[in-house]
Design a protein around this ligand. Structure first.
Ligand code: CO
Length: 227
């Protein structure tokens, strides 16, 4: 806590003057062109990674960078905070891009892979378990835990992109001709690099095309060959 308080003082004394004008401008309103959905993990720092400044990224974070799928009636199966963030970003801020950014070695994903029981969060991570079960064939026979984890982190991002696209918020935006593109990225904690996962979706047509082509990379998991 002391470190944090000293940091606040340091910012106020040394950096605030550099930002003062920008903060004054931003107090009048925000016009970010991107909604950034990522994990709550402290090691993922969106503004640092993207070299963006205050006011440039509208950010929504939760454990596992999840956008729970909507039920058939269009109501989110998570709580309403995720859907509200997407709705505000799309209908009010009119962002042009939504980035779902997962990261390797995600604790939420790895807890799911190990079958850990954590308590309340098991209910939240059920959404990751659903991804794991849905893509069981894409996880295949991969036995190495790190590779299995990496693969599920990527599949989780891909599936969250699908969930964002299928919300009535995005469907309605596309129907009225509003341009909004949903991207799937994954971040490497070790190398600081962001990788696109081939999910750059701006319509229902590109959603099915890119989903199919993105998943093809997961097919060649070694199968035991019996002669
Ligand atoms: Co995480």
């Amino acid at each position: 806590m002391r470190h944090l308080l000293l940091g606040l003082i340091e910012f106020r004394e040394h950096n605030l003057p550099l930002y003062a004008e920008r903060f004054r401008e931003l107090s009048a309103g925000q016009e970010p062109d991107t909604l950034f959905i990522t994990c709550a993990d402290s090691r993922v720092a969106p503004n640092l990674l993207a070299s963006t400044e205050p006011g440039e990224l509208f950010t929504m974070r939760n454990v596992g960078n999840l956008m729970p799928p909507a039920h058939a009636d269009g109501i989110s199966s998570g709580d309403l905070s995720e859907a509200s963030a997407v709705e505000y970003a799309v209908t009010v801020l009119k962002v042009k891009n939504i980035i779902v950014c997962g990261h390797y070695r995600c604790s939420g994903v790895e807890a799911t892979l190990r079958g850990d029981r954590l308590g309340l969060s098991d209910n939240w991570l059920r959404h990751v378990q659903d991804v794991r079960e849905k893509h069981a064939q894409h996880l295949g026979l991969e036995e190495d835990f790190a590779r299995r984890s990496a693969r599920l982190c990527e599949l989780n991002v891909i599936e969250q992109v699908v969930n964002v696209c299928k919300t009535t918020i995005i469907q309605d935006a596309w129907d009225r001709g509003q341009e909004v593109t949903v991207h799937g990225w994954v971040y490497g904690l070790q190398d600081g690099l962001l990788q696109p996962l081939g999910m750059t979706v701006d319509s229902n047509e590109t959603l099915s095309q890119h989903l199919e082509s993105s998943l093809t990379r997961y097919q060649p998991v070694a199968q035991k060959v019996t002669v």
